[in-house]
Design a binder for this molecule. Structure first.
Ligand code: TK8
Length: 342
């Protein structure tokens, strides 16, 4: 090769290296492109979950002076809860909100929140979730590649189905009931006599519509926002469990943020929690009347029958205590009895 030709080859090689470097330097210099955060969730935009996700996005954008931009993506467009959790762990998605119940396969301590009839009211739920027990359970996520920011309210769950009013456990006999992908729910509803089938939420409406399943259980808000009244006739009031949602970040991604960025996200998450709980409770208070107006038939399960259901589920509690560890179980019971004495 001639000298001239060799020089040319070397120059071309240098250019090939230099071009991407130059592009990188330019991007850094500009640095005006906001950091994009994909925040996935399962319900519709027009739901308590959607409204709170929107508020979170607005808060982040404002507090970061437009340097961070949250794209809230609903209706499970990024996949159901379990799929998004994996995307967060792998670093392919930044944030999400979903049920704690679908996280149990990753962090077994989350099963604490599946305990039937754990909380008597929302005040107890707030105190325990936002207190040391809630934080302890949340912190367990880190070793699995997730960062828990705050709990939102999904709410007390009630039964709906297309067959008959459920006034006692025996009425569940033979009812094909969709449950979340979670063993406590599966076992609990089997114990109560239902034919329990785990399904992702994103498949639920069509499973109800096509009668693949007869019923499901969710808070009034969700029954309303997901239009389950179009495919379900009966609502039976059991309040069998309080279900939290949890706002999550990918740990892989979170660890690469500056302290300031983390602070913006945490503060926005806390603001979204206050907004979401208030909004959910306001909507929940009217939702039953709205469901009636949509043509659903509502029945209260008598207190004595609820107590019988509770009795049948006692063995579930033992399993949960063993799974989450007896220290955590006892600490939770202790926190609740302190609250109940106040
Ligand atoms: C939404 C779900 C939903 C939950 C369920 O993605 O699956 O029934 O109650 O809120 O997490």
């Amino acid at each position: 090769m001639s000298i001239a030709r060799r020089t040319l080859v070397a120059a071309a090689a240098a250019l090939a290296f230099a071009a991407p470097l130059a592009a990188q330097a330019q991007a850094q210099a500009q640095d005006i492109k906001p950091r994009l955060i994909r925040f996935g969730y399962g319900l519709n935009e027009n739901s308590n979950q959607g409204r709170a996700a929107k508020l979170f996005a607005e808060q982040v954008q404002k507090a970061s002076g437009n340097k961070m931009k949250v794209r809230a993506i609903g209706a499970a467009a990024l996949g159901p809860d379990t799929q998004m959790q994996q995307a967060l762990i792998g670093g392919a998605q930044e944030m999400m909100v979903g049920s704690t119940a679908t996280l149990v396969g990753i962090t077994k301590e989350m099963a604490l929140w599946d305990t039937p009839f754990l909380f008597n009211n929302a005040k107890e739920a707030d105190a325990v979730l936002d207190g040391p027990v809630g934080q302890k359970v949340m912190d367990k996520l880190q070793e699995k590649g997730l960062v828990g920011l705050v709990y939102w309210e999904n709410g007390f769950r009630n039964l709906t189905n297309s067959k008959r009013p459920i006034a006692k456990a025996e009425d569940l006999d033979g009812i094909k009931l969709r449950v979340m992908q979670n063993n406590v729910y599966l076992e609990s509803f089997k114990l109560l006599g239902a034919n329990a089938v785990p399904l992702p939420f994103s498949e639920l409406f069509s499973a109800l519509e096509t009668h693949t399943v007869d019923g499901q259980e969710n808070p009034y808000n969700t029954i309303l926002s997901s239009k389950f009244y179009e495919v379900q006739k009966y609502v039976s009031v059991t309040n069998h469990v309080y279900s939290p949602w949890i706002v999550l970040a990918s740990k892989k991604w979170w660890d690469g943020l500056s302290k300031d960025e983390q602070k913006v996200l945490l503060e926005a998450a806390r603001a979204s929690r206050e907004f979401e709980r208030k909004d959910t409770r306001e909507e929940g208070a009217k939702a039953l009347a709205d469901l009636k107006a949509k043509g659903m038939q509502v029945n209260e399960v008598p207190v004595a029958e609820v107590a019988k259901m509770r009795g049948k589920l006692a063995q579930v509690n033992e399993g949960i205590a063993a799974n989450v560890g007896s220290d955590l179980w006892k600490e939770t019971q202790g926190a609740l009895s302190t609250l109940r004495k106040q």
